[in-house]
Ligand binder design. Structure first.
Ligand SMILES: NC(=O)c1ccc[n+]([C@@H]2O[C@H](COP(=O)([O-])OP(=O)(O)OC[C@H]3O[C@@H](n4cnc5c(N)ncnc54)[C@H](OP(=O)(O)O)[C@@H]3O)[C@@H](O)[C@H]2O)c1
Length: 258
């Protein structure tokens, strides 16, 4: 079993959940290139991806080389494959939870690259769509808020996007249950939902910081990539249910403390 993107936040969590797996970093295999000729495996947990959502607007070809070409190359190994995808494949116009049967309509270059990546995975694949990932390593919202919260009295955070912040430890563990299901697309995200501003408030509260959150609109924040206003994911296909995002946050902060 191999884990690609082993240095990423999900990749690291997967290596803990699947200690028998062999982790591959970008230096071991740049997934924009065909797999190394001597690489053989019975299962690929493909966590390597271009995850810079705003950067993909500036350089959509490079994002696609990783998120589409990389998945295609992983599929070429001929083994069953798990590919992680995103809530950003949806346009966010719905106001009830997105199910696997809902029609995607990505707003951003990143979302489009991930949707095309889903199609590149082939027949022997589980596509696991998740949302707003955070963990103890790599770039994520929790680590950014902890850094900003330590530096500032107030942080401006977007309050008109709703989703389910998902702890990578929970997602990695749930992958074991996904592997028991037939190949196909599954929505696997934390229980509960919130806005980024509510998430930031919870992070400061749990971390014991008295930083204030100033709630702003997406337009005021001015990110380059458009993002869905609502992207809560739920499963109608029997995918594993994850704990509430607040439980994930507590676990993540406890881990960051040690
Ligand atoms: N982050 C989120 O909020 C979120 C939400 C929903 C779904 N997802 C999906 O979940 C999966 C895991 O995301 P994550 O948050 O764990 O991302 P991450 O922390 O950014 O990790 C991605 C990993 O992929 C590696 N990588 C990038 N380009 C590569 C290449 N050409 N060849 C080999 N490795 C390469 C990176 O290596 P370097 O460190 O060398 O760049 C990094 O280790 C991705 O498929 C992502 O699209 C993420």
């Amino acid at each position: 079993m191999i884990v690609t993107g082993a240095g990423g936040q999900l990749g690291q969590a997967l290596l803990e959940a699947f200690p028998e797996a062999h982790g591959l970093m970008r230096a071991d295999w740049d997934v924009t290139l065909p797999p190394p000729p001597d690489l053989e495996t019975d299962l690929i947990l493909h966590a390597a991806a271009w995850t810079n959502v705003d950067g993909a607007e500036d350089d959509p070809q490079s994002a696609a080389a990783v998120n589409v070409g990389g998945v295609q190359h992983a599929a070429e190994l001929g083994a069953p494959l798990v590919v992680w995808s995103t809530d950003y494949v949806f346009d966010g116009r719905k106001r009830t939870r997105y199910l696997e049967s809902d029609t995607p309509g990505p707003l951003s270059a990143y979302g489009r690259s991930k949707l095309h990546g889903e199609s590149a995975a082939g027949e022997q694949a589980w596509i696991v769509r998740s949302s707003w990932l955070f963990g103890w390593s790599s770039h994520n919202f929790v680590r950014t808020m902890l850094r900003l919260g330590a530096e500032r009295a107030e942080v401006a955070v977007v309050d008109d996007q709703r989703g389910s912040p998902t702890y990578v430890g929970h997602l990695a563990e749930a992958t074991k249950a996904v592997l028991e299901l037939p190949y196909g697309t599954y929505h696997v995200a934390a229980g509960g939902e919130c806005t980024w501003a509510e998430f930031a408030e919870a992070i400061f509260e749990e971390a014991g910081l008295d930083t204030r959150v100033r709630r702003i609109k997406t337009a005021e924040f001015g990110a380059r990539a458009p993002r869905p206003a609502y992207s809560v994911l739920r499963s109608e296909r029997g995918a594993p249910e994850l704990p509430h995002w607040r439980e994930g946050l507590a676990e993540c902060l406890a881990r960051l403390k040690t």
